[in-house]
Ligand binder design. Structure first.
Ligand SMILES: Cc1cc2nc3c(=O)[nH]c(=O)nc-3n(C[C@H](O)[C@H](O)[C@H](O)COP(=O)(O)OP(=O)(O)OC[C@H]3O[C@@H](n4cnc5c(N)ncnc54)[C@H](O)[C@@H]3O)c2cc1C
Length: 284
C-alpha cells in the first residue's frame, strides 16, 4: 500500500513566538522563529502550511512530534496519539518567509466565533512553542502546497475573504508587471484591507462588506456581478485568463458554477474552501 505523504517536501519546524503585532482590527501577526527555519522554503504566493496547536495548557507537545520529521512520519505519529493528546491541526499561509533571519510570519484572522487556532493566536505570548509543517528547501518540489498557477494569464480574477488575505498578499507580490488583477474582497471591517496595503494600488479592487450576511455570501454576489460585466470577455481570453476564488467551502461550488455559466473553462478556475461554516468535530 502506498505511504501517504511519502513524497511531500514538508517537514515539522519547531518554532517559538518571537513577537506579535495587531495589524488591523481583525488580523494578528505572529512572527515565528527557530533555527531550523533557515531551511523553510520561501516559495510564498499562497503556500499552504499546517500548524499543530499544543494539546494542553502547558504548551508542551507529545514526544513523538519533533523538529525535522517529514510529513509522512509526523502524520503517522499524530494519528497514533490518543485523541486528547493529538494537537489540533489547521491550515495557514506562509506568505512571508525570511530564512536568513530564521523567521516566518503567520497572519491570523481572528474570526467569531473563535476556534482553537484563532483562540490560540489571541493568547499567544513570546516564547510559546508552535509546530509548523512547511516546505523544506532541501527537499525540492516548489509547487507543493501552492495553488496559484495562472500560467500565461495576463488578466486574473482574485476573489477572497479575510482568511485568504495573506495568500492574496503573496499572490499580488508575485505578479509580473503586465498582469492586470481584478481583486474582489469580502470583509467585515474595511480597515482589514491594511494587510494588503499598497499592493492593491495598481489593480482594480472591489470591496464587499458582509454587513450581517453569512460569510461567503457577499463574495458570491460580488463575483456574480463581476461575471455579468466581464465574464464573456474573460471566457474569450482562454489561457489568457485565470481565476482564484477562495472563501467558505460551501460557497465554492456556487462560484465555480457561475464561472462555467459565463463560458469560462473550468481549467482556468481554482476554487478552494478555506474554512467551513460548521464547526469541525475532528482535530484536522
Ligand atoms: C490553504 C489554507 C490557507 C489558509 N490560510 C490562512 C491564513 O493565512 N490566515 C487565516 O487567518 N486563516 C487561514 N486559513 C483559514 C483557517 O484555516 C480557518 O479559518 C480555520 O477554520 C481557523 O481555525 P480555527 O481553529 O480558528 O476555527 P475552526 O475550529 O476551524 O472553526 C470554529 C468556528 O469558527 C468558524 N470559522 C472558521 N473560520 C471562520 C471565518 N473566517 N469567519 C467566520 N467564521 C469562521 C467555523 O465555522 C466554526 O464555527 C487558511 C485555510 C486554508 C485551507
Amino acid at each position: 500500500m502506498p505511504v501517504p505523504f511519502l513524497h511531500s517536501p514538508n517537514i515539522l519546524f519547531d518554532t517559538v513566538v518571537d513577537r506579535t503585532e495587531r495589524l488591523s482590527p481583525g488580523f494578528l501577526r505572529l512572527t515565528l522563529a527557530g533555527a531550523s527555519l533557515a531551511d523553510f522554503a520561501p516559495y510564498e504566493r499562497d503556500q499552504r502550511i499546517k500548524v499543530l496547536l499544543p494539546p494542553g495548557d502547558d504548551g508542551a507537545y507529545p514526544e513523538g512530534l519533533h523538529d525535522g520529521l517529514p510529513e509522512h512520519a509526523w502524520r503517522r505519529a499524530w494519528r497514533a496519539l490518543p485523541p486528547a493528546d493529538r494537537p489540533v491541526m489547521r491550515s495557514y499561509t506562509a506568505h512571508r518567509v525570511r530564512p536568513a533571519q530564521q523567521e516566518v510570519d503567520l497572519d491570523v484572522f481572528i474570526h467569531e466565533p473563535a476556534g482553537p487556532a484563532s483562540r490560540w493566536a489571541l493568547g499567544a505570548r513570546v516564547g510559546d512553542r508552535l509546530l509548523v509543517s512547511g516546505p523544506d528547501i532541501r527537499r525540492g518540489d516548489p509547487t507543493h502546497g501552492v495553488q496559484w498557477a495562472p500560467g500565461t494569464a495576463t488578466t486574473v480574477l482574485i476573489a477572497a475573504d479575510e482568511t485568504a488575505f495573506p495568500a492574496v498578499h503573496g499572490i499580488l507580490r508575485s505578479l509580473d508587471e503586465d498582469v492586470r488583477a481584478h481583486v474582489l474582497l469580502e470583509l467585515g471591517d474595511p480597515a482589514d484591507t491594511a494587510l494588503l496595503g499598497p499592493l492593491l494600488e495598481r489593480h482594480t479592487v472591489e470591496v464587499h462588506e458582509r454587513a450581517g450576511q453569512a460569510g461567503g455570501d457577499a463574495l458570491v454576489a460580488g463575483v456574480e456581478q463581476w461575471l455579468r460585466t466581464h465574464g464573456s470577455s474573460a471566457a474569450t481570453l482562454g489561457t489568457g485568463f485565470a481565476a482564484w476564488l477562495v472563501t467558505e467551502s460551501t460557497r465554492i461550488p456556487l462560484l465555480r458554477a457561475a464561472t462555467t455559466d459565463h463560458g469560462i473553462d473550468p481549467e482556468r478556475v481554482h476554487g478552494q474552501g478555506y474554512w467551513n461554516a460548521r464547526p469541525r468535530a475532528t482535530s484536522e
